[in-house]
Write a protein that binds this ligand. Structure first.
Ligand code: ASP
Ligand code: MG
Length: 439
């Protein structure tokens, strides 16, 4: 059994849905369980619709959502009645929300659920048209229950065995809604944006799938951003730890948390391109493995703010770092890279929103310097763990090309080295390093 999860762009219009059905058909021998996202941008539209309700508006957005789906049905020559019930329920929710005026997370989740509920029915109908006996399921019909943290719900520990039992006894190919679930009290929840991958991993773990395929619109995880380096390569294989390091940099394919259930059971997760299904894609495996390239990927992120905090009082004193982190914590500001010496701390933040009060408080205990428009560069590879001299080689290559390094940090996992350069040097540094390790 394999899981085939198709993201929003993969089911973005009638042609793509037909294409998805063909991809599924060609894998029939492996007993696919299909998981789908909403049609592209529909989740956004449903959230917008909910918010507009609170202001007594939303007719136009509702019309747009209906039209998008009806057009797909018309083009695929599927009976419009297929979505009657969902549309009716959405319309009555819309009316109710409009009169109630208050949109809480519970109502918001109910709104968002319609995207996946409709896309799953369309995909199943298309498969049936092609002669594949298939049926759409709302995830809870197969036992997908969650806690009641609306907007960010977590699956209940007990669902793995019920999902397994319910899916194994089906005599049709299921097309299951990603992203959504229900509480034990029968209220609809969502797993958080992008949550369909999480659904796929949970179902994959439950049925102990041979493989979980995440079909998206890129060829896989790349050695670096192909917009910066034209000969960036698709990586065949990436470890879970490597994928996690890269996720922060918007290797925008998968969020590591979402595939954790699969990794725990040692199920490989494959990232594939539905627009280019012949490409091999990238396989994410749970354990580290040997690879000839010590440095496998080079990621970067710009518009980073660096905060340098200097205090001679830190010398020999305890509690200083704790105090610094507490201040960031008080303002719920997440810190990304940290490096310390005996008398100074350098750290980076993603955006400088609400930084002024933080700086004010920091100045009570230290000298503070803010440097804007920096870039984080990160080199990642399991092979770095066993290869001496990677740091030397990296900084030598950059030094020869006059790229100044402003801060360095190496994580405890030893599979990455992260450093900060000026924003204007970011692309140049990435090109130099890609050439160094892939040239
Ligand atoms: N449709 C949901 C979203 O757009 C879930 C997903 O696509 O994974 O966030
Ligand atoms: Mg998605």
């Amino acid at each position: 059994m394999i899981i085939m999860k198709f993201g929003g762009t993969s089911v973005g219009n009638a042609e793509r849905i037909a294409n998805v059905a063909n991809i599924v058909k060609s894998s029939m021998k492996r007993s696919p369980v299909v998981v789908v996202s909403a049609v592209t941008k529909i989740t956004d539209a449903l959230i917008r619709l909910a918010k507009e309700c609170a202001q007594g508006k939303g007719n136009k957005t509702l019309g747009h959502i209906k039209k998008t789906h009806y057009e797909i049905l018309a083009r695929l020559k599927i009976n419009k009645k297929l979505l009657d019930e969902d549309i009716k329920e959405l319309e009555s929710l819309f009316k109710m929300a409009k009169s109630g005026k208050i949109i809480d997370d519970r109502i918001l989740d109910h709104f968002q659920s319609f995207g996946e509920r409709m896309s799953s029915k369309i995909v199943a109908a298309q498969l049936n048209k092609m002669g594949i006996k298939s049926q759409a399921f709302d995830s809870w019909e197969l036992g997908f229950l969650t806690n009641d943290e609306f907007g960010e719900a977590e699956p209940l520990d007990t669902i793995y065995s019920s999902l397994n039992k319910n899916i194994k006894k089906l005599r049709v190919m299921p097309v299951i809604t990603g992203f959504i679930g229900k509480t034990e009290n029968g209220e609809i929840t969502t797993l958080g944006r992008g949550g369909s991958d999480y659904t796929a991993a949970i179902i994959g773990a439950a049925v102990n799938a041979d493989e979980i395929q995440i079909w998206t619109d890129v060829n896989g995880i790349m050695s670096t951003d192909p917009k910066t380096v034209v000969n960036a390569k698709t990586l065949d294989k990436v470890s879970f730890a490597e994928a996690s390091e890269l996720a922060y940099f918007g290797a925008r394919v998968l969020h590591p948390k979402t595939i954790l259930p699969a990794m725990k059971r040692n199920i490989p997760v494959k990232v594939l391109n539905s627009l280019n299904p012949r490409e091999k894609g990238t396989t994410i495996v749970s354990r580290p493995y040997k690879n000839s390239n010590a440095v496998k990927a080079i990621a970067y992120k710009k518009n980073i703010t660096m905060v340098n905090i200097d205090s001679t009082r830190m010398l020999g004193a305890y509690g200083f770092l704790a105090r610094v982190f507490d201040i960031f914590d008080d303002y719920k500001k997440s810190i990304d890279v940290v490096s310390t010496s005996e008398v100074s701390v350098s750290l980076t933040i993603d955006n400088e929103e609400s930084i002024s009060p933080i700086v004010r408080e920091l100045k009570d205990i230290a000298d503070v310097q803010i440097k804007k428009s920096k870039a984080i560069i990160c080199i990642v590879g399991e092979g770095m763990r066993h290869t001496p001299g990677i740091a030397g080689r990296t900084f030598m290559a950059l030094g020869k090309n006059k790229v100044n390094i402003e801060m360095i940090s190496q994580g405890a996992s030893e599979i990455n080295i992260t450093f900060i350069v000026d924003g204007k040097d970011a692309e140049k540094a990435v090109k130099i390093l890609h050439e160094e390790y892939y040239g």
